[in-house]
Design a protein around this ligand. Structure first.
Ligand code: GDP
Ligand code: MN
Length: 396
């Protein structure tokens, strides 16, 4: 399984920071990728002022961390400041697939002759950045990939070699861009997108649509920009772009405590150590007929305080009815984990049933510590499957 914004790397779950369109465009601008002028607004009155400042027709764009805003009615053209104010009033507060619109990007409207698509992602299987380009932009790229795969040009870049003009030329020719002016502008954007991707430690940079105006000017009309969380220490300015108000409060708490936490929909809280085991624990709970409420990865360390922090995050989720604690001790020592569980139960007065499966380094010592505490809500199990089954029963 792969939850939103998560990947497994070196056994630890890695998180990513998704930027809003206006933030991604700010980065595009820094790297010299042409974008339209715009102003951020959080009220209809501000939208009016923004439209007055920009002059002429504008487009009012919902800033939510989910795609398909146009189809959902979150993007509207406005020909005057009056209309911008009205449209802003309609879009603010709108729910776009679970995301409430709190901010708007008011942008000078563009005339569009053609809509292309350009992206750069990290292809994990090839261990190289991958460009994708097509002249069939604007719509869902999955749709292009499914209905006309030949129109989607893909090209890897060897990171040691870097991006060179021939990469850009190949993309542009293979996609069938014939106008020399367009070829030149797109080639320049390809190089700059690579610079932005590497420079910002991105995992994804997507421009959909990359437009051509009737005058033949090429510009990024949208931006999807995802940065690797583990590189944010190098980019304090980007780290600050994180939209805390738009994020799940428990995910914010987890980040503060250095715990990897992902919210799901069910009743069983899942705690594991290491990405592989944590993901498998989620799968086994599902296999046992239950539904995970969330999952937490203690990582490789897993000292007593780490366990306390993780349990604190997991149990604040009101949907949690039971907890499945699945630890395989390697670097993590099971006796430390057991002490952490007892400490957390004591400190927090936890009454939720906790099923514990300990295996690996110091597992016997860990089990003994738990047995000696003889707490009613602690349920030891020997195997992963039995543990998951028990946790599912206890959540019912
Ligand atoms: P998304 O739906 O979340 O991908 O948001 P986009 O920013 O890609 O906008 C969706 C669509 O709105 C684009 O594909 C364009 O067709 C249209 N659109 C956005 N900005 C403008 C603009 O300035 N002028 C015009 N004419 N259309 C726009
Ligand atoms: Mn788009």
């Amino acid at each position: 399984m792969c939850a939103r914004g998560m990947t497994s790397r070196g056994g630890r779950l890695a998180r990513a920071l998704d930027l809003h369109e206006y933030q991604g465009k700010e980065l595009f601008r820094r790297y010299g990728i042409p974008v339209s002028d715009g102003v951020l607004a959080t009220s209809p009155a501000e939208a009016r002022v923004a439209a007055e400042e920009l002059g002429g027709p504008v487009v009012v764009k919902a800033q939510v961390l989910i795609g398909g805003r146009g189809k959902a009615g979150g993007i509207k053209l406005a020909s005057s400041p009056d209309e911008a104010e009205t449209r802003a009033g309609e879009i603010l507060g709108m729910d776009i697939r679970g995301h409430t619109v709190q901010k708007l990007w008011i942008e000078r409207a563009s005339d569009i002759a053609r809509e292309y698509y350009l992206s750069l992602t990290f292809d994990r299987s090839a261990k190289q950045p991958l460009f994708m380009f097509t002249t069939q932009g604007g719509i869902d790229i999955e749709e292009v990939a499914a209905t006309s795969p030949d129109a989607l040009v893909k090209l890897h870049v060897d990171p040691l070699e870097g991006c060179h003009p021939w990469h850009a030329r190949r993309l542009v020719y293979a996609a069938g861009v014939v106008d020399p002016g367009e070829q030149k502008q797109i080639a320049a954007i390809v190089g700059k997108l690579y610079d932005a991707f590497v420079g910002a430690d991105a995992m994804l940079c997507e421009i959909n649509p990359l437009i051509v105006t009737p005058e033949g000017e090429v510009r990024a009309l949208d931006s999807k920009f995802t940065v690797d969380d583990n590189a944010l220490f190098r980019h304090p300015d980007i780290a600050e772009m994180r939209d805390v108000a738009g994020a799940d409060p428990l995910e914010v708490l987890a980040r503060e405590k250095g715990v990897t936490y992902v919210k799901l929909d069910g009743e069983v809280g899942v705690l594991g150590n290491g990405a592989g085991l944590t993901m498998s624990s989620v799968d086994v709970v599902t296999f046992a007929g239950g539904r995970p409420a969330n999952f937490c990865d203690l990582g490789g360390g897993g000292d007593a305080q780490g366990v306390v922090d993780a349990l604190e995050v997991i149990t604040r989720d009101e949907q949690v009815r039971s907890i499945f604690f699945n630890i395989f001790g390697g670097i993590t020592r099971c006796d430390e984990v057991a002490r952490g569980i007892l400490q957390a139960v004591g400190q927090m007065g936890l009454e939720l049933p906790i099923v514990v499966r300990l295996d690996g380094t110091n597992a016997d010592a860990g089990r003994r510590i738990l047995a000696e505490a003889s707490l009613d809500n602690l349920h030891p199990e020997a195997t992963m499957l039995d543990g998951a089954r028990r946790a599912v029963e206890l959540a019912a």
